[in-house]
Design a protein around this ligand. Structure first.
Ligand SMILES: Cc1cc2nc3c(=O)[nH]c(=O)nc-3n(C[C@H](O)[C@H](O)[C@H](O)COP(=O)(O)OP(=O)(O)OC[C@H]3O[C@@H](n4cnc5c(N)ncnc54)[C@H](O)[C@@H]3O)c2cc1C
Length: 642
């Protein structure tokens, strides 16, 4: 029987009830989920408050109105003018056999055909070999071990595959064409795309329901979608964005993926929302308090134009949901509509079920061994392919220390919990892929770090000297502060700008006003004369209307007059870590020699080749956008190419 919204939601709420027996958060009086994998300083508040603190302090355009002890959010920023729209957008492209036809050379079909040519050997072999409960000694199972957490070993423990789970321990066998492991936005997109291709799909997800991100205002990035056109976003040349993005990621992204996203993300966003009622809000209009059940609201937001030293393209749309729904999940309704669609095509969702092992026969991935909450093992045979969509590894300390030591001091604020109340993003998908012979993309890996809205402050180091153009935001500014003595910088503002903070989290309390430079210097711990010189010089540049020292946009140079505010800022927090499994243009996992691991696809944050060394703010929402577009591509390819 198809799983309905009521059944998944009630399962989730039961899980929440269980969590509510845990200690209360002093800020929200809500429950504190199990945060055993998070850094110690966050264990006394709930993640909801941590994240709301981030939004309050960082985006600077949201305020928290306490209503009966429950936080709710309203946008206060100046919103972009947009026409009102209630109906679904019409399709922009013809489709053939479920796929779009494009004239450009780097089309979705081009990817599929290219994949088919290079992958024909893999497609041709092994499909008949996935006999249930095979005793064949060639069957190799490799297991995921989330219990491994030592960071001191020279050879990290997660690189050694654990013992395979014996066939005798398998209690149940299921058959599918395509098995998807992980049901965030990328896994859900892969599931629907595979089902659209006629594949029997089984999705294995360890949480009580699918996971989707965000509170009010989840951003998703797309290029020139119907929604953006209707909201009055300017059209732009995608190639310019791609080239700038390549530059911002130090040429470490796969350019073909960015080009693919630029060409297809518009239609993919329409696909994401096509089963929902969509309403585009007028500038300044709020999501109606009463809501309309099942509605998705697109908030249009004044988006920077791609100009200046740090151009930002108008890619992001803010997806909101009916406020009558109790959870913080901006993408809930589109995700729910996808699940219903997949189920109507014979697909199955196994929630509260952990993917533990990939099963290989003669090197080909032919299935998955999963484990239910009560410990029973299920073997799910994949006649065509397995897609790993398990998210990132930002909360696996050992993997962070090994793969991204430069970011291992950043607090990871990812907030989805599995059915046991443990944090989800611990790299199990990466591990399963590695044990099956796949390789990580080349390092370094970008932490998604958001230090934003700080362009109009003066930043000084511990000696009281200015050291950077403060217009830098996000990970770029984190990178600079990480290289300051003590990994610390001080935000100095005056009366005109008022108090500003640089870092999210419960410690980010707004500073009190300070009357003199001597007192401000005492907070920084520097010589008063040095700080006085720095402020005098900054004020001189502001008066001249030109930043001759660091080249900041003159409109962001605001003279600093008392009262002063001093805030101690750190490199920030990290939402997710972007390093993933190496892959080809068809999203097939690659081994260290660049050959496809047959039968294995990756998407979302388990997939590499998207961001390289930097997650820049050049195209806001691109992480969700790529997860959607490449998830769709991976699912379609898994179903058609195997
Ligand atoms: C607080 C926050 C805000 C963000 N805001 C934005 C934004 O505004 N715009 C933007 O573009 N990006 C944003 N991001 C980043 C974005 O949400 C992620 O990059 C994106 O959602 C990743 O999608 P995914 O499908 O790869 O992974 P996830 O959404 O992490 O989903 C992975 C799923 O796999 C499951 N899983 C993992 N291991 C297993 C296993 N062994 N067995 C079964 N299931 C498993 C997990 O439970 C999870 O449900 C934000 C991230 C955070 C944390």
């Amino acid at each position: 029987m198809p799983r309905t919204r009521r059944s998944t939601a009630s399962l989730y709420l039961r899980q929440r009830m269980r969590l509510r027996s845990r200690p209360l958060c002093p800020m929200s009086q809500g429950f504190v989920p199990s945060l055993s994998l998070l850094r110690a300083e966050y264990t006394h508040v709930c993640l909801s408050c941590v994240l709301r603190g981030r939004q309050y302090f960082f985006l600077g355009d949201m305020v928290c109105l306490k209503k009966g002890g429950i936080h709710s959010w309203r946008m206060t920023s100046v919103l972009r003018s947009a026409p009102k729209m209630r109906s679904r957008p019409s399709r922009q492209h013809d489709r053939k056999g479920g796929f779009m036809k494009y004239a450009d050379t780097l089309s979705r079909r081009g990817f599929l055909v290219g994949g088919a040519l290079t992958g024909c050997a893999a497609v041709g072999m092994g499909l008949a070999a996935c006999s249930p409960r095979s005793e064949d000694s060639r069957v190799k199972a490799v297991a995921s071990g989330s219990d491994r957490d030592s960071v001191n070993s020279v050879e990290p423990s997660f690189l050694t595959p654990p013992e395979p789970i014996a066939d005798d321990d398998i209690g149940e066998i299921k058959d599918a064409d395509v098995v998807i492991v992980g049901c965030g936005i990328s896994g859900m997109a892969a599931a629907r795309a595979a089902a659209d291709e006629g594949a029997k799909v089984i999705v294995v997800e360890k949480s009580p329901r699918f996971n989707c991100r965000g509170s009010m205002g989840s951003q998703i990035g797309a290029v020139n979608s119907v929604y953006q056109q209707q909201a009055g976003y300017p059209r732009f040349d995608g190639n310019e964005l791609v080239n700038r993005y390549m530059q911002d990621t130090l040429q470490m992204s796969k350019q073909s993926f960015l080009k693919y996203w630029v060409d297809h993300s518009g239609e993919d966003l329409e696909w994401f929302l096509e089963l929902c009622n969509v309403e585009i809000l007028e500038p300044g209009e709020m999501v109606p308090e009463e809501g309309i059940n099942g509605n998705v609201y697109i908030m249009t937001k004044a988006t920077a134009l791609p100009s200046g030293r740090y151009p930002v393209w108008p890619t992001a749309m803010s997806i909101n949901f009916d406020p009558s729904f109790p959870e913080d999940a901006g993408f809930f309704y589109p995700m729910q509509s996808f699940q219903s669609d997949v189920e109507s095509k014979g697909g199955e969702f196994l929630y509260a079920t952990w993917g533990r092992q990939l099963v290989q026969e003669d090197g080909r991935v032919v299935g998955l061994i999963a484990q239910t909450a009560d410990g029973n093992y299920i073997r799910v045979n994949a006649r065509k392919a397995v897609v790993l969509a398990c998210g990132d590894f930002g909360n696996n300390e050992e993997m962070m220390a090994y793969y991204a030591p430069q970011a291992s001091n950043l607090t990871c604020t990812y907030n989805c919990m599995d059915a046991n109340g443990d944090i989800c993003n611990v790299g199990e998908g990466h591990q399963m892929a590695l044990w099956a012979g796949a390789a990580m993309e080349k390092a370094p890996y970008a932490p998604m770090s958001h230090l934003t809205d700080v362009a109009d402050i003066l930043l000084v180091d511990r000696s009281g000297k200015r050291f950077v153009n403060e217009e830098l935001g996000a990970q770029s500014l984190s990178n600079v502060i990480m290289r300051c003595p003590g990994e610390v910088a001080y935000c100095i503002t005056g009366d005109a700008v008022g108090p500003k903070v640089l870092q999210p989290g419960p410690d980010a309390k707004k500073p009190d006003p300070i009357a003199t430079v001597e007192e401000a210097a005492a907070v920084v711990g520097c010589e008063a004369a040095t700080l006085q010189d720095t402020i005098d010089r900054y004020n001189e540049l502001a008066a001249a209307g030109e930043d001759r020292d660091f080249g900041k946009d003159p409109s962001k140079l605001t003279a600093i007059e008392p009262p002063y505010y001093v805030y101690e800022g750190h490199p920030g927090s990290m939402l997710v870590i972007m390093g993933g499994i190496d892959c080809d243009d068809s999203c097939r996992a690659l081994d260290k020699n660049g050959s496809a691991v047959s039968g294995l696809y990756v998407c979302g944050n388990t997939q590499g080749c998207r961001f390289g060394a930097e997650y820049p703010m050049t195209a806001p929402g691109i992480s969700h956008g790529l997860a959607l577009s490449l998830g769709r591509l991976a699912g379609a390819n898994a179903a058609t190419l195997g």
